[in-house]
Structure formats: structure tokens, C-alpha cells
Design a protein around this ligand. Structure first.
Ligand SMILES: [Zn+2]
Length: 260
């Protein structure tokens, strides 16, 4: 095994990492139990990132971890270490952040814990991204206006990513969004739109769209396919009835006054 593929195997999102080989099965999507600290981490990011006051915050139903073959992870880890060597020491791992991205789902991926097989539908951008990661040439196909140019858009704001999350299949109960590892490196802060950008300004690795002028909720754009890899899939929607607490259940049951 080469040094770089050995390094990739140690990455926590590698299919080859022993921590991911539960019961010998090797699936690209792994269902994370609610008790797992990774579930709490993703749920907290989602809840904290739900900033739109007019939209009720949904319930995080399920979280899947996204695993990758080393061939896909290697270029990302290589990019990350290159960026890391140029940014300040406090930005460890090249200023890597977990950020949200909403996209089209044409299948039922994630609807149930065992719905983990990627579909082959052309219009399912979700499965396409999960198969080979993001591809700038395909990004923004449905949105002609690109605020900060031609790149891959992610956000810390889950309620904003939710605006781009569409489920086209029938009998869908939930919505889904991706949580990706994004290497921001040195981010160029922009307050005004710059739709002609095809790369960050010299000396920078990404563009951070700041709120205030043209933007209500911050977003981040990277311009290199290897600056990003999906890490989790969040499935969310209405809170299930079974999660209703016992007190609320009893009060609903006995809403009708008892006869005296
Ligand atoms: Zn699909």
C-alpha cells in the first residue's frame, strides 16, 4: 500500500478504515444510531444552523455517515494538506468546516435506515454527488444566477440549505441535505455579489459571502472539486408521534373534561 493510500485508510470516512467495517459489511452510507456522538454533533450543527425564524425547525430523523473509497479521498486529503501548509497554524486541517448543501433527490435514499443504495436516475443530483463527490461543471445547473460565480456552494445555515432541498419521488415523508467537509483555507470575505468569479482572489482559497448588503444568510463558495467531500446525509422532517413526550401524550388524551 502506498503512503498516500495508507493515510487515506486512516481517515474516518474511509471505507477501508477498520472503525467503519461493522459486521464485515461495506456500505457507502452507514446509519448512525441516535446514541452515537456523531449523531449529536450533526444534530447540533443542524439545529444551531436553523436561522430562518419564519420556518419551523424540523426534527432530525436520521443521520448517515458517507464513506469513500481511497481513490476519492486521496485528492481531498492532498488538497487539504497543501492548504494547511499555507494558512496560519490556528486554522488546523486547512480551516476545514462541516457545512450544509441542499440538492435534488429523485429517489427514496435515506427515507428508512436501510434505504442506502444510490440510484442511477439522471435527475437525482444527490446520488450523483454521493457517487463521485461534487463536480463544479455540474454545479448550479438549475440556478442560472450564481451570486459568487461558478463554484460549489455550502452554508453553515441549515435553514438556507433547506431552500435548495427538493424531493421528487412519490410517497416521500422527509427531506434530506448533505453535510460536507469543506477546506476553506484563507477565505475572502465578500459583501457584494460577484457573479463572474471562477476562482477566489489570489492568495485566498474560498469566498465567504457575508451578510448585510446583498445577502441575508452567509454562504461559502469553493472553486476546486477537491476542496470538498460529503461527510453526512441528514434526513429531517416532522417530529414523529412516538417522540412526543409522555406528558404531552396524556394531556392530548384527556383534553375532553372528565364527567363529574
Ligand atoms: Zn437517488
Amino acid at each position: 500500500m502506498s503512503t498516500s493510500s495508507l493515510k487515506s485508510s486512516l481517515d474516518s470516512f474511509s471505507l477501508d478504515n477498520p472503525i467503519n467495517s461493522r459486521s464485515g459489511k461495506r456500505s457507502r452510507l452507514v446509519h448512525i444510531e441516535r446514541e452515537d456522538p456523531q449523531f449529536a454533533e450533526v444534530q447540533q450543527l443542524f439545529n444551531k444552523g436553523w436561522r430562518h425564524r419564519k420556518k419551523d425547525r424540523p426534527y432530525v430523523q436520521t443521520v448517515f455517515k458517507v464513506l469513500w473509497p481511497n481513490t476519492v479521498l486521496e485528492p481531498y486529503l492532498q488538497y487539504r494538506s497543501e492548504v494547511e501548509s499555507t494558512v496560519r497554524a490556528r486554522d488546523r486541517s486547512g480551516n476545514e468546516k462541516l457545512l450544509f448543501h441542499g440538492t435534488n433527490r429523485a429517489c427514496l435514499l435515506g427515507e428508512k435506515p436501510n434505504n442506502v443504495l444510490l440510484c442511477g436516475l439522471r435527475e437525482c443530483y444527490l446520488c450523483s454527488i454521493l457517487r463521485t463527490s461534487f463536480d463544479i461543471t455540474k454545479c448550479g445547473a438549475k440556478n442560472t444566477f450564481k451570486r459568487f460565480g461558478h463554484g460549489i456552494y455550502t452554508t453553515v445555515c441549515s435553514s438556507k440549505a433547506d431552500d435548495y432541498s427538493h424531493s421528487g419521488a412519490e410517497n416521500v415523508n422527509f427531506r434530506v441535505m448533505l453535510v460536507s467537509r469543506v477546506v476553506l483555507g484563507k477565505a475572502y470575505r465578500r459583501y457584494r455579489n460577484a457573479p463572474d468569479l471562477i476562482k477566489p482572489p489570489s492568495g485566498y482559497h474560498s469566498v465567504a459571502g457575508e451578510t448585510g448588503w446583498d445577502l441575508n444568510y452567509e454562504e461559502t463558495v469553493c472553486y476546486d472539486n477537491d476542496a470538498i467531500r460529503p461527510a453526512y446525509l441528514v434526513v429531517y422532517g416532522e417530529e414523529p408521534l412516538v417522540a412526543m413526550n409522555f406528558k404531552a401524550f396524556i394531556s392530548t388524551m384527556f383534553k375532553t373534561p372528565l364527567a363529574s
